[in-house]
Ligand binder design. Structure first.
Ligand code: GLC
Length: 536
């Protein structure tokens, strides 16, 4: 990694930043309270201004919306709620015209129960599509074939009275899992990928990649000794046989082969697994995903030692040609500003945007938006409806983008599908663009420095210090070195590295910059302060 950066052919998805748009909540253009494709197109200027390179849009395909688009009934269409194929083509064209890339969500593990394939499959045992899904006989006593649980609650098996078998669904019963051992299923889904790639889409974020293959003997999952009643009931068992099966890598390799037939496309995998297993998704023998999503920052305790250790373990576990990536939030997890608080959300931004590897930003995190409390009568998420009160619902992190102080925060002329955060009159893009000290402007500065400096978007990473509340590291090329020091605590702290005397210039702080930006020796950090320093 220490070689000459300029000589390396880095690709856009390595040096760039990805921004996740949750389409229902980004911008409504037709006054129905739900975001749409034309709305996203109208806001591309903002994304360009912010400095990101690619947007990933959560599913926009026809769907009964049992799981808000992650239950697809037509893989090559557009849901009328979001617009038409013409709208999509226009969005893609405009995205490219602006020099940005467009990444779609691909949901290959399961379809909607309303997908014509499933309707056929469940119509009779001898239907040619029967084997496209995972049908199994009941046990002699009539109970499900094994003990596997659905992530969203209850058994993962649903009885079909008409054909007298169970089908498997890792998520809702409205989301039956496809049988990826069936070559016809594989070829059909690879053709779905080709359909969008031919249109010019720049890549896919592949939904639940680690779920795609299951044990062919359908063995029972063992109990999880670490389970506590406060956890999601799904965690009662270890998913030993229902996820991360060795055969999954053959499937991922086939997907990658399709991508490789096109120019510079990217395949990103949604994978929640410990690091040692996660990195196998870069490929086992044959190339796999370009970027298996690294979600560590979402679940780690927020302290210097744990974070430093996680970075080291990740850097150490990466295959030699594996490009790192970091994610701070997504549409399934509590927002960063709620997890660590408003002040630390700024430090988190600095961490995300100075680590080695492609950062993925979740819409509105750049405003410091927090989880929004959703009153029971407004709950939309099926997970919350299935298992209420456990804090599993995802509506709080899917509320509308806050653009300005106008009606409905400029998101829609109509009442939004989920309530806005109460602070939207102040916490919005327009207001924060006017305020040099806002978190949005901090994001913008960090992004623009990262984009401008090879040391930050492609240079190597060197750990320096992780003690108490202080985390410090270097990002460097042969010609330039940046020192990043983060105070993860609320109290002021002194940073005095043992084996170096930092000299340089303070470029960005999470706090107002002092008049004297020269750094010479010991650093004084305010509570919750992070600094990026260019060393001499
Ligand atoms: C992924 C998606 C999530 C969805 C689930 C089932 O985890 O991110 O939103 O509910 O898959 O498709």
């Amino acid at each position: 990694m220490n070689g000459s950066v300029a000589a390396q052919p880095y690709l856009w998805w390595q040096t760039g930043l990805i921004y996740q748009v949750y389409p229902r909540s980004f911008q409504d253009s037709n006054g129905d309270g739900i975001g749409d494709l034309e709305g996203i197109r109208q806001r591309l200027d903002y994304l360009k201004w912010l400095g990101i390179n690619a947007l990933w849009i959560s599913p926009i395909y026809p769907s009964p919306m049992a799981d808000f688009g992650y239950d697809i009934s037509d893989y090559t269409g557009i849901h009328p709620l979001f617009g038409s194929m013409d709208d999509f083509n226009r969005l893609l064209e405009e995205t490219h015209r602006q020099g940005l890339k467009l990444i779609l969500d691909l949901v290959p593990n399961h379809t909607s129960h309303q997908h014509p394939w499933f309707l056929e499959s469940r119509s009779s045992r001898d239907n040619p599509k029967r084997d496209w899904y995972l049908w199994q006989d009941a046990k002699p006593d009539g109970s499900p074939p094994n003990n596997w649980l659905s992530v969203f609650g209850g058994s993962a098996w649903e009885w079909d009275p008409q054909t007298q078998q169970y089908y498997y669904h890792a998520y809702l019963k409205e989301q039956p899992d496809l049988n990826w051992r069936n070559p016809r299923v594989q070829e059909t889904m690879l053709n779905v990928m080709r359909f969008w790639l031919d249109k010019g889409v720049d890549g896919f974020r592949v939904d639940v990649m680690w779920h795609m293959m299951k044990d062919d003997q359908w063995r029972d999952n063992p109990p999880n000794p670490d389970y506590k009643p406060s956890m999601s009931p799904y965690k009662q068992l270890k998913p030993t046989y229902s996820v991360d099966q060795p055969e999954v890598h053959q499937v991922v390799a086939k997907m990658r082969q399709v991508m490789d037939q096109y120019h510079e496309r990217v395949i990103i995998g949604e994978i929640y697994l410990p690091i040692q297993q996660l990195v196998t998704y870069y490929g086992m023998g044959r190339p796999g995903a370009h970027l298996p999503f690294n979600f560590q920052l979402i679940s780690l305790p927020w302290n210097a030692r744990d974070i430093a250790l996680a970075i080291d373990q990740y850097e150490g576990a990466l295959p030699s040609d594996g490009w790192p990536n970091w994610v701070l939030g997504n549409h399934d997890k509590s927002r960063i500003a709620s997890r660590v608080g408003q002040a630390q959300a700024r430090v988190a931004a600095m961490l995300l945007l100075t680590l080695r590897g492609t950062p993925t930003l979740y819409y509105a995190d750049e405003l410091g938006l927090q989880d929004v409390l959703i009153p029971p009568r407004l709950v939309q998420d099926p997970w919350e409806k299935n298992e209420p009160g456990l804090g599993l619902g995802r509506d709080p992190v899917r509320t509308p983008m806050q653009w300005d102080a106008s009606n409905n925060a400029g998101f829609s002329d109509a009442e939004p599908w989920l309530p806005l955060s109460h602070d939207h009159p102040k916490k919005n893009v327009a207001a924060q663009q006017e305020d040099e000290q806002s978190i949005l402007m901090l994001y913008k500065k960090l992004i623009s420095l990262r984009q401008a400096e090879p040391a930050l978007h492609a240079g190597s990473y060197r750990p320096l210090h992780a003690e108490g509340d202080l985390l410090a590291y270097l990002r460097l090329t042969e010609s330039k070195t940046f020192l990043v020091v983060l105070n993860l605590g609320h109290a002021p702290a002194l940073f005095k590295p043992a084996d170096m005397e930092p000299k340089g210039e303070l470029l960005i702080s999470t706090h107002p910059l002092p008049n004297d930006k020269l750094v010479n020796g010991t650093l004084k950090l305010r509570g919750d302060e992070g600094m990026v320093i260019r060393l001499d």
